[in-house]
Ligand binder design. Structure first.
Ligand code: NAD
Ligand code: DAU
Length: 358
């Protein structure tokens, strides 16, 4: 089996669902702490599926990790678990340091001991894939070339600094201890199951509720958007064929200023579900105070993963954003439970017990 950490979050849950939808997929051991960002309901379609074993726990809990590794003997680990929201890291960085830095360190240590005890033939195929972000590279000038894997790490927020630290730990555990690691640095994801604290889902749910659409600063910050299922396919490809010790940048060749994203969402909602009061959704756009230290531009050069591994995204931004808006329109209950906080009761209400397999 494979061990996925953070598999109840946005990208992790999409990854687990896509992985198990593949014919002949290996089972998944899914370890997630279920912080505010973890939503067990994201995995409800796997209820009763013996190929999915869910465990609530912390990547920093060495005893738990050691027990899980000994019991389930995964042939690969994909580490999604992290605190992921930049604005939250600005308000308070403690959890980011604990999970992204200390947690990754403890996970690496437990995995190193497990790896060292494997039989030589099992060691050969073993991989630790660390899921990271383009934010570790810092901010680009408007006309600078996109981030390649050679770009130096220049993180600017507590979040990106903690992710950069975790990337360095992963690199060091390869160079010093020979752990067979792979790292992916991906650009901004969007798609189903995205927690509505991040730009795209926040704009969709606020617009539908007739609430202001808060655009930071002048709205001209640029992000490079990738549909989440394309990120998942890139991770599968890197796991399958990536060179041990290497990093792979993952992106959609799709740079857009924030205000254009917000306007696109407004236009799609206008087409698919016009507001009851007849007013255009764009009337809700509200410019607000900028994020402190806001990175101006991210862009990923995804040449390596394309040329070496033959990966490219399946979705264009036009097709991906339409699917995303459609998903939010089709899942008002998911949105309501996330907004009310009721999703945190999901395990109790739905399973009437502690988290169990499936
Ligand atoms: P998310 O915040 O939606 O999900 C994170 C998950 O990790 C949650 O389920 C949470 O409960 C779990 N978690 C947090 N702390 C944990 C701990 N100590 N132990 C176990 N589980 C823990 O995040 P996401 O957007 O799905 O991002 C997943 C990964 O991908 C992160 O490492 C993030 O840095 C990286 N990434 C995200 C993006 C993006 O655009 N969202 C882009 C590139 C890379
Ligand atoms: O680049 C990859 C990163 O993308 C991931 O590593 C992070 O985990 C993920 O959260 C995301 O970080 P961003 O800070 O780019 O994403 P966010 O959705 O928070 O913001 C996107 C842009 O939109 C950013 O320039 C800030 C702006 N923004 C965001 C919010 C929430 C607004 O203008 N208004 C808002 O209300």
């Amino acid at each position: 089996m494979i061990l996925v950490t953070g598999g109840a979050g946005f990208i992790g849950a999409n990854f687990v669902l896509d992985w198990l939808a593949q014919p002949g997929a290996e089972p998944v051991l899914n370890l997630d702490k279920l912080t505010y960002a973890g939503n067990r309901e994201n995995l409800a379609s796997l209820d009763g599926d013996a190929r999915h074993v869910f465990v609530q726990g912390d990547i920093g809990d060495t005893g738990l990790i050691e027990r899980l590794l000994a019991e389930h003997r995964p042939r690969a680990i994909i580490n999604f678990a992290a605190e992921s929201h930049v604005d939250r890291s600005i308000h308070g960085a403690e959890d980011f340091i604990q999970t992204n830095v200390v947690g990754t360190f403890r996970l690496l240590e437990a995995v190193r001991h497990y790896f060292n005890a494997l039989a030589p033939q099992d060691r050969e195929g073993f991989r630790f894939l660390h899921v990271s972000t383009d934010e570790v590279y810092g901010s680009l000038a408007p006309d600078a070339p996109a981030f390649s894997e050679q770009h130096r790490h220049e993180p600017n927020s507590p979040y990106s600094a903690s992710k950069a630290a975790s990337d360095h730990l992963v690199r060091a555990w390869h160079h010093t201890y020979g752990l067979p690691v792979l790292t992916t640095n991906c650009s901004n994801n969007y798609g189903p199951l995205h927690f509505p604290e991040k730009l795209i889902p926040l704009m969709i749910v606020n617009a539908l509720a007739g609430k202001p659409l808060p655009v930071y600063g002048d709205g001209m910050q640029v992000r490079d958007w990738l549909y989440v299922k394309d990120h998942c396919s890139a991770i599968r490809r890197v796991l399958e064929a990536g060179r041990v010790g290497e990093t792979y940048n993952v992106g959609g060749w799709n740079e857009k200023p924030n205000i254009e994203i917000v306007q696109t969402i407004c236009a799609l909602l206008q087409e698919l579900q016009p507001a009851a009061d007849g007013k255009p959704y764009t009337d809700l756009i509200t410019y607000v105070k900028d994020r402190p230290g806001h990175d101006r531009r991210y862009a990923i050069d995804a040449t390596r993963i394309h040329d070496e591994l033959g990966w490219k995204p399946a979705e264009t931004f036009e097709s991906g954003i339409r699917k995303t808006v459609r998903w939010y329109l089709d899942h008002p209950e998911w949105v309501a439970r996330v907004q009310s906080g009721a999703y945190r009761d999901w395990v109790r209400v739905h399973y009437d017990a502690e988290p169990v397999a499936g």
